[in-house]
Design a protein around this ligand. Structure first.
Ligand code: HEM
Length: 524
């Protein structure tokens, strides 16, 4: 392009483009902000925070009186520039941000529903196709008809009776985890002293990967029992980092620059794929993978393969996030301990049934964790079809990408007052404090509509059982020698300053190391 063309293009993008009226970063009028973050600035992992930042930045400031402290640490208020509890100015969150030349991000319940419940006129964005590794998968399929076909195949594996059948295996894996945690802590019998610090993200990842491989292939990866295989966890993380980079910057595939940038990670991906390949070959008759493979034989062989990303588990992140919040918010921990210890007489009692169902505070803690630290935190892009679509009252032309940032919506003050504070009480039936009550329609950790998470019930079952079993078995506290692992820090950079929030790195799914906990057998 020569000089006048550049000027003409710039004026069009800024003033006359159909999305010109929407506020957003200047650079976003010319480039996708996801690309800027992940490719140019290489700060991948922070996009969920940047989306929230944009909604705040492009909103407006209004005065708010009677700010409530509600048990949050003083440093937290200071970080937000609130030096007294009188009148403060807060940002009213901007509901729509232009996040790329043809990209709009909505931060409202109405926008969310219009985007994700309308599978006829709004489909998965083409960017998902970059994730096909040799074959399409249910997650990356963009054609609604083909998606329905695939979904029919695997949905039965995720219905409650299938999960009930699998639950004894979940409990066995949890029991192995507890034994391994005791051994790694070097806790002797009824010892009252605190054990060695343990990085819980590692241990929970081993256990949840063991569970999910057991379910999908009928054979566990057994990372709890075989330390030499544990590199698989970082192999998966590396693979997701690589994939999330390609998702938004597919141009690096030309000339395969990514092979240079992600050399070590690509090696890890190969190792991981090798393991999965072996498991696929040995999959038991009734396993989810087997059903897909049988169907593939009578259709197009590779196209029904199960993608690797589907079997990696975000569940581990959620368990460690719950443990982090329990260790940080003592009053929450005490209340949950009381509930778990008074409900269950022994570890064997922790299983699906009326007792577990009666644990309303456990349910509230899990919901609040999934709100504040959602396992999938960034924007799930969708593409507007031929006729265009009306989203939250705005007409969006055909071909535009639209999304809602899950982390950003879950931190929208209009739906979740005091969004940066972990308050399980907002989820309790007959909410004890109206000032913090949640808007359930804005809570979407598993997305919604026809492309919502299929593993939701399984993930929740694992979460409930693992969390209750750990709380039942151990007392725990943050290890002072690694206190900042997983936590925000006053010098942590934009959006990462809250020491009471478990920090996520968003790479398709979120992951993060931490917290480091010390355990001891629980006191009666
Ligand atoms: C707490 C843990 C989990 C969270 C927060 C979560 C969240 C999500 C979200 C937000 C999506 C939508 C993705 C998109 O639109 O691009 C999704 C899709 C999906 N999830 Fe999960 N997930 C979790 C665990 C699991 C587990 C354990 C499984 C299975 C073993 C699973 C299987 C799937 C599948 C198959 C899809 C694709 C659905 C489709 O496109 O039709 N998820 N998940």
């Amino acid at each position: 392009m020569c000089g006048p063309q550049v000027v003409g293009y710039t004026i069009y993008q800024v003033y006359f483009h159909p999305l010109a009226q929407y506020p957003g970063p200047l650079i976003g009028k010319f480039l996708k902000m996801e690309v800027v973050h992940r490719a140019l600035m290489r700060s991948g992992g922070d996009v969920h925070l940047h989306i929230r930042h944009c909604h705040l930045r492009y909103g407006k400031k209004v005065p708010e009186v009677n700010f409530e402290c509600n048990g949050a640490p003083f440093i937290y208020h200071l970080k937000r520039g609130q030096t007294n509890l009188g009148t403060v100015f807060v940002n009213v969150i901007g509901s729509i941000v232009r996040y790329g030349p043809n990209v709009l991000i909505f931060n409202t319940v109405e926008g969310l529903k219009d985007i994700y419940s309308n599978s006829k006129d709004i489909v998965k964005d083409d960017c998902y196709q970059v994730l096909h590794v040799g074959a399409k998968s249910i997650l990356t399929e963009t054609n609604p008809k083909s998606h329905t076909q695939r979904a029919k195949l695997i949905v039965p594996g995720f219905l409650s009776h299938s999960i009930n059948d699998f639950e004894p295996r979940i409990r066995e894996h949890v029991s192995s985890l507890l034994t391994a945690l005791s051994a790694a802590s070097k806790i002797e019998g009824q010892s009252v002293s605190w054990g060695q610090p343990l990085v819980m993200s590692d241990w929970c990842s081993y256990s949840t990967l063991d569970m999910i491989t057991d379910l999908v292939f009928g054979r566990s990866s057994n990372l709890i029992g075989q330390p030499e295989l544990r590199h698989i966890v970082s192999d998966i993380e590396g693979m997701l980092e690589h994939a999330s980079f390609l998702l938004h910057a597919p141009f690096v595939l030309l000339g395969r620059i990514d092979k240079l940038l992600f050399k070590g990670k690509i090696r890890g991906t190969r190792r991981y794929r090798q393991m999965i390949k072996l498991m696929m070959q040995e999959a038991g008759e009734n396993q989810i993978y087997n059903r897909l493979a049988n169907h593939a034989a009578s259709n197009s062989p590779s196209s029904f393969a199960l993608s690797r990303t589907e079997i990696c588990s975000e569940t581990a992140l959620l368990v460690v996030a719950v443990l982090f919040y329990l260790a940080m918010y003592k009053h929450v921990y005490e209340r949950l301990r009381r509930e778990i210890h008074s409900t269950f007489q022994s570890l064997e009692d922790i299983h699906t049934g009326p007792a577990l169902q009666s644990c309303t505070y456990l349910d509230a803690c899990l919901k609040e964790t999934l709100r504040i630290s959602p396992g999938v935190s960034s924007a799930l892009y969708r593409k507007v079809g031929k006729r265009g679509a009306v989203i939250d009252g705005h007409f969006v032309p055909s071909g535009c990408s639209v999304a809602t940032g899950i982390y950003s919506l879950h931190h929208n003050e209009s739906y979740f007052p005091q969004p940066d504070i972990f308050i399980p009480e907002r989820w309790l039936p007959g909410n004890e404090s109206n000032s913090v009550s949640a808007t359930p329609a804005a809570y979407v950790p598993f997305s919604l509509g026809s492309r919502a998470c299929l593993g939701r019930n399984l993930a929740l079952r694992e979460l409930e059982i693992m969390t209750s079993a750990i709380v039942w078995q151990f007392d725990f506290k943050i290890s002072l020698s690694h206190a900042s692992l997983g936590a925000g820090h006053p010098l942590g950079g934009s959006g990462r300053t809250n020491p009471m929030e478990f920090q996520l790195s968003d790479h398709i799914v979120s992951h993060k190391k931490g917290p480091a906990l010390q355990l001891r057998p629980r006191k009666p």
